[in-house]
Design a protein around this ligand. Structure first.
Ligand code: AHG
Ligand code: MN
Ligand code: MN
Length: 329
């Protein structure tokens, strides 16, 4: 086979993009790649082994944890602990951040949603892992909350792994977006989608329609226009998979706020920031309906935000409609 480029090789080649990098960031990306291969193997066995269903606990947002949520969380934490390049993690599944003492003066923290779309696990529908890497800010012996509450513009790398009809890892370090597909026969992620650009064509919309009545007027008008314009409607129910489709096919994914849940459901640090970094790097936009997701101030780890993400023209249109109809009901 010609020109087969593995993830490891690609990361090493790209290290020269960071003149002062010591290789720690590359190491971290490789560790996440390794953890995700193990998660992928376990996800593929779901249904055979006793790993589907709820774990019997709730996470910090009060949602039932699935057994695979817990397993993916533990796997990522242990791979990052062993790596020596990460001094602390924050995960959607844990109440607070976890310092990693064994990593000496490692300079990165990693924030992740170990399994996104967990309600889809038991029904064999695509799920994924989402991650964001930040440079540590504090200088004390142990990492501090402020190291995790950075704005999305501070991300040094972000990515996701999609466990779908194939397993794909997509990441950015701020110099474009590249996608790798896991070849199970050799156990390697191989470059399959170099320099991903979100298509200009924008005729797909994705939102949980059942909440339509609770959306603000601008969002309702936007959805009405999508229907009027005969857009295709697609909604998987795993943000990572819905955004992946948007990245490859164009369109918009939305999770608006409602009167009861003004900030919607999705989490700024674990889901929206990393996916927004990727979409922007691919030429798209990500907004909370008013301003750029990446510039939102993080005040707490499990903060939620409305999100409109995808093709620039559609994100700009929904922002405009929200502004124009503000205050109408
Ligand atoms: P998680 O499984 O990490 O809790 O996230 C699920 C999220 C997200 O992936 C998806 O877009 C959204 O929940 C779907 O929510 P609705 O069922 O309200 O549409
Ligand atoms: Mn999630
Ligand atoms: Mn999750």
């Amino acid at each position: 086979m010609n020109n087969l480029i593995t993830l490891d090789e690609f990361i090493i080649r790209r290290q020269k993009d960071f003149p002062f990098a010591s290789g720690e960031l590359s190491g971290l990306l490789r560790d996440i790649g390794l953890a995700s291969k193990i998660i992928s193997r376990e996800v593929n066995k779901a249904g055979l082994a006793d790993i589907t269903g709820i774990a019997g606990n709730e996470n910090s947002s009060g949602e039932a944890q699935q057994k695979l949520d817990v397993m993916a969380d533990n796997l990522l934490i242990s791979c990052l602990k062993n790596s020596g390049e990460c001094c602390g993690i924050a995960s959607e599944e844990n109440d607070t951040f976890v310092p990693i003492h064994s990593s000496g003066n490692a300079k990165y923290v990693v924030i992740f949603d170990p399994l996104d779309g967990s309600s889809n696990i038991d029904v064999n529908v695509s799920i994924g892992t989402i991650f964001a890497i930040y440079r540590r800010k504090s200088t004390s012996a142990e990492v501090q909350l402020e190291d995790f509450l950075q704005s999305g513009t501070e991300q040094v790398a972000a990515g996701y792994v999609l466990y779908g009809s194939s397993t794909m890892l997509v990441y950015t370090t701020g110099k474009g977006v590249n996608g790798f597909t896991l070849d199970p026969s050799i156990g390697e992620f191989c470059l399959s989608h170099p320099d991903i650009k979100l298509p200009e064509k924008a005729d797909i919309y994705s939102v949980n329609h059942s909440a339509y009545r609770e959306f603000e007027p601008g969002v309702k008008k936007f959805i009405d226009d999508c229907i009027e314009d005969a857009f295709k409607f697609r909604y998987i129910g795993s943000m990572v998979a819905d955004v992946h489709r948007t990245l490859l096919k164009g369109g918009i994914f939305m999770y608006p706020g409602t009167e009861k849940a003004t900030n919607g459901k999705l989490r700024l640090l674990y889901e929206c920031n990393p996916l927004s970094f990727i979409v922007e790097q691919a030429g798209g936009k990500a907004s909370d309906g008013r301003s750029r997701i990446l510039e939102q101030k993080a005040e707490k780890l499990h903060q939620r935000t409305p999100v409109y993400i995808g093709s620039s023209q559609l994100v700009e249109k929904v922002e405009k409609l929200i502004q124009e109809t503000k205050g109408n009901n």
